[in-house]
Ligand binder design. Structure first.
Ligand code: GLU
Length: 308
């Protein structure tokens, strides 16, 4: 099937499920989103872009920003050092689980895509970039996505910051267990993390991110935007940990490296040069866009993209 036809079919299929998901409300600003809004964008190996629905609608990246945060860490530290503080094991509990952290080996977050792992990753960046940590994450996001206007939403940031009791609890546990340096200022650290989660993107931006990862880190003009080995590491962790404790089901259903966010976004990156960005804010019980999973499932089937 051609990419435009595959995307249209997947979009129509996914739109049948807009009643099934539940919009996140633990961050009050997210609860305002319309569960019937669907956007999808696909970039093929030849770099042609196709879109369906509200592909230009902006929403907060949320957990998808963890890709940028982890990339920053990979670009500043050896992976062997990073692994002392953040694992690469799929999580078995929800993305903000205190129990998962409490039970993990040496109290090290199991992976960089659950909240505890991303908070540790942000703390590693703060050791290098101090008060410029968020600005560094935003700069890299702009370069990789190729959108100089990409920025965070202050209202979303405040909404998350004012309601982030679970993330504060995780951060204090990480401090208590020495996984985060004791001299870090918790509010500065969380401010950088929440701003990154509040970066506003649309489905096209996410398809571009997916395409860069799929092209071994190269942008549309062939420029190396991400080192090849870092793109491979990120795709691998997306495949194993990108959909939280749903990763096994997602591997069976879709079989493409992908990362979801509780804002309703999804980025996916295939082995053979496709990048997908999908949005619909209704979530499944694991925090993944319900419609997003179905659109990606259909795209994977239509184009025979499962890596397994
Ligand atoms: N900002 C969100 C949080 O920390 C990200 C979670 C997600 O998208 O899974 O709760």
């Amino acid at each position: 099937m051609e990419l435009d036809e595959a995307l249209q079919d997947a979009y129509q299929y996914g739109c049948q499920f807009t009643d099934q998901g539940v919009v996140a409300d633990y961050i009050p600003e997210l609860a305002k989103e319309d569960p019937h809004r669907v956007g999808a964008a696909a970039i093929g190996p030849d770099d042609r872009l196709f879109t369906m629905g509200d592909a230009e609608y902006k929403f907060s990246a949320q957990s998808i920003a963890k890709i940028m945060i982890y990339l920053g860490v990979l670009e500043n530290y050896d992976l062997s050092y990073v692994r002392k503080f953040i694992g690469v094991t799929p999580s078995s509990k929800p993305f903000n689980s205190i129990l998962e952290l409490e039970l993990s080996h040496h109290k090290v977050p199991v992976n960089p895509f659950i909240n505890a792992g991303a908070i540790v990753a942000t703390s590693l960046l703060m050791e290098k970039y101090r008060s410029n940590t968020f600005e560094m994450i935003r700069k890299r996001a702009r370069e990789i996505i190729g959108n100089d206007h990409l920025d965070y939403s202050h209202s979303l940031y405040l909404s998350e910051s004012n309601s982030a009791f679970a993330n504060r609890a995780l951060t204090y546990m990480l401090l208590n267990d020495g996984i985060i340096q004791s001299d870090v200022n918790v509010e500065d650290l969380l401010s950088a993390y929440f701003r990154a989660c509040s970066l506003m993107v649309n489905s096209i931006d996410l398809a571009r991110l997916g395409a860069v990862l799929a092209h071994e880190g190269k942008g549309p003009d062939g420029k190396q935007l991400i080192r090849k080995e870092h793109a491979a590491t990120i795709r691998t962790v997306m495949a194993t940990c990108g959909t939280y404790d749903y990763a096994g089901d997602f591997a069976l259903l879709v079989g493409i490296p992908a990362k979801s966010g509780v804002g309703g976004g999804f980025v996916a990156s295939t082995k053979n040069g496709y990048g997908f960005g999908v949005y619909c804010p209704g979530l499944d019980s694991h925090g993944n866009s319900y419609v997003g999973v179905r659109i990606l499932q259909k795209l994977s089937q239509n184009l025979n993209l499962s890596i397994y």
